[in-house]
Write a protein that binds this ligand. Structure first.
Ligand code: NAD
Ligand code: ZN
Ligand code: ZN
Length: 368
């Protein structure tokens, strides 16, 4: 079928919204009609050409939500009409990582996905008769997409899809970092560095876990206002003094849990230094630039601080994303303040401009 999609034809150039060809879903694959899709930094990062693993041409987009239109042979996990959130981090349920409760890094389709192919090593997309590669296994800046069934989370059909799409990436990443990776304990003190989509999600996750004190650190005052709305009890302005301020606020010890959601390695270091001696756990969510390293004084670790990283919040997507959407539907997560702009697919490049100007948290593309 012919569909409209936003194609990255050349790095560092605007995306071009045009007609591309999408073939029918193969075995184990599903055709999804997109209803909404968030615009995320990872899309821009790839579009800019800075990502060393990026490729072009491709159809970008990975924060999608939509409706199952048609199922390929042998599909058993979803049915026509199901409402789904797309998962760049799938859950096959069978690989050694899926079988372990300790990680969410499913191994089933990693290699093919990273190269832009569906699990059988081919693509369903074509541009002017030439195969066109998928992006993050999702390619959701498009009216329709074909994805493996293991990469779709079936959600409550009552959930509005323009909000649900945020659970496909940033929001779930932050929520999961607090709830799944760090498993924040009730009554604890938490510090979150960064109040973008990921950091604000982490603030909300700490609140849902029953944290007593949640300090959010950011450079932008308007984002700190949003952090308060998600449950931050204290907010401070980022900068070289942040660690000292946090130590002062915590009787000289630091926080039980710290989270980094900026992508800046100097801030990652601050997050480690703000964690409490004895048991403080620092969870790194940000993606650092190519070749950058994290500089930490080892003594901080010997005296009981720990560092861990979190990909997609440690969430096993098919199981955990529907659960988070349920908590949103129960009124426990306030999603509306994250949606700053609503755009049409043709305005996708405006979404990139708004993000570069740090105007709002998320632009959501709505498909007519
Ligand atoms: N681990 C994952 O699976 C995953 C998933 C999505 C995004 N990410 C990464 O998480 C990071 C955050 O993503 P986002 O969408 O929230 O980004 P964002 O750019 O919207 O937010 C980053 C925030 O950090 C703040 N900041 C910058 N310097 C600071 C400083 N010195 N002190 C305190 N705050 C500072 C900025 O003001 C901004 O509000 C990015 O690196 C992104 O690539 C990781
Ligand atoms: Zn994303
Ligand atoms: Zn797996």
């Amino acid at each position: 079928m012919k569909i409209r999609a936003a194609v990255l034809e050349e790095f560092a150039k605007p995306l071009i919204v045009r007609e591309v060809e999408l073939s029918e879903p193969g075995p184990g694959e599903v055709l999804v009609r997109l209803v909404a899709c968030g615009v995320c930094h990872t899309d821009l990062y790839t579009a800019s050409g800075v990502d060393p693993s990026g490729y072009a041409p491709t159809v970008l987009g990975h924060e999608g939500a939509g409706v199952v239109e048609r199922c390929g042979e042998g599909v058993s996990l979803v049915r026509e009409g199901d409402h789904v959130v797309t998962l760049f981090s799938p859950q096959c349920g069978e690989c050694v990582h899926c079988l372990s409760p300790l990680t969410n890094l499913c191994l089933a389709i990693r290699e093919q996905q990273n190269q832009g192919y569906l699990p059988d090593g081919t693509t369903r997309l074509a541009l002017d008769g030439e195969p066109l590669r998928h992006f993050m296994g999702t390619s959701t800046f498009a009216q329709y997409t074909v994805m493996p069934q293991i990469a779709l989370a079936r959600i409550d059909p009552e959930a509005p899809l323009d909000r649900a799409c945020l659970f496909a990436c940033g929001l779930s990443t932050g929520l999961g970092a607090a709830m799944k990776t760090a498993q924040v304990r009730a009554g604890s003190t938490c510090v979150v560095f960064g109040a973008g989509m990921v950091g604000l999600g982490a603030v909300a996750g700490c609140r849902l876990q029953g944290a007593e004190r949640i300090v959010c650190v950011d450079l932008a005052p308007e984002r700190l206002v949003l952090a308060r709305g998600q449950g931050a009890t204290d907010v401070i302005s980022g900068g070289p003094e942040a660690v000292e301020q946090i130590l002062e606020m915590t009787g000289g010890f630091g926080a039980d849990y710290t989270f980094e959601a900026t992508g800046n390695v100097a801030v990652m270091r601050q997050a480690v230094e703000s964690a409490r001696m004895g048991w403080g756990l620092c969870t790194v969510c940000g993606v650092a630039g190519r070749g950058e390293t994290l500089d930490v004084v080892p003594r901080l670790l010997i005296t009981g601080r720990r560092i861990c990283g979190s990909s997609f919040g440690g969430l096993k997507g098919r199981e955990d994303v529907p659960e988070l959407v349920n908590r949103y539907m129960a009124g426990e997560i306030d999603v509306d303040p994250f949606i700053s702009h609503r755009l049409s697919l043709d305005e996708v490049n405006v979404g990139f401009e708004l993000m570069q100007a740090q105007d709002g948290i998320r632009s959501v593309i709505e498909f007519a």
